[in-house]
Write a protein that binds this ligand. Sequence first.
Ligand code: SF4
Length: 292
Amino acid sequence: MTTAAEVLAERICQNAAKRSGKRKDPEKIQVSLTDPIAPLRRDKFKVYRPLYSIQYLVDPVSHLIVSYGCEASPAESGTLAPMIDKTQKITGVRLKTVLADGGYCSILDLHDAQERNVELIAPPSASGTSRRSKSLSGEDQIPREEFTFDAPANSYTCPAGKRLAYKDREKMVRQGGRHLYHFRYQCDASHCQTCPMRSRCLGGNGPRMIKRMKGEELLEVQRLKISQDDAKELYRLRGQSVERSFGDGKGNRGVDRFHGRGLARARTETGLLTLAQYLLRRDNLQQNAANP
Ligand code: SF4
């Protein structure tokens, strides 16, 4: 069994390996003494507690929960591929299309779906690099969407027509020990200093920098795909199937609050609740078939 001291030591080590700008004050790294594996975060009711994430894979026609997952993590990122693999193993059927929410549509998720030849219908998760920052004038900074990426030249062009050359790359650690690179592009300081747009473009004293994730073109293709009418139509099925199962689990069966501690206990409890939901739904289908 992993103790809180071991988890704390590991998190302090991981924090120390980060770039100085991303590093947390080690004094502020916290671990739950009773449930050290689960990360401590605020839930949607603003209660600070150890959090697990639960995934359901639901058949959109019968509304039966085909498989489930439970991870000691506050987010869904990185859980899509194990769910696809598990469902295919349980059912013996290859999944062609999966509908999911934005939490399951990161670059790594899209890459995993592509590798498995599964079509993922989900809105891409918001990129951390597209967050609006304040400019020197106090207004929102000119967004990166107004900068044009030139793939062959591996550079960006800013709204003033200046080139942001490739500077370096930054390794970002993701769920499950995976990682992703952020490529950084920077404008020449001499251009930014004399630019008439500098007060709206720059956020500090240095020249403007733009970040781009490795594989970001997958998100661009996905954004285009999800904006098509046929994808929107298909995506509506998600709200009618998995959201109903989650609503039932949370509203009627308390799946959002476990009665024990530790991942093994959380997984067992999720499994039992999922089985109950599955049997109730199957009974419902049988009754409807016998008495249409
Ligand atoms: S401040 Fe620099 S990056 Fe921004 S528009 Fe002007 S030249 Fe381009």
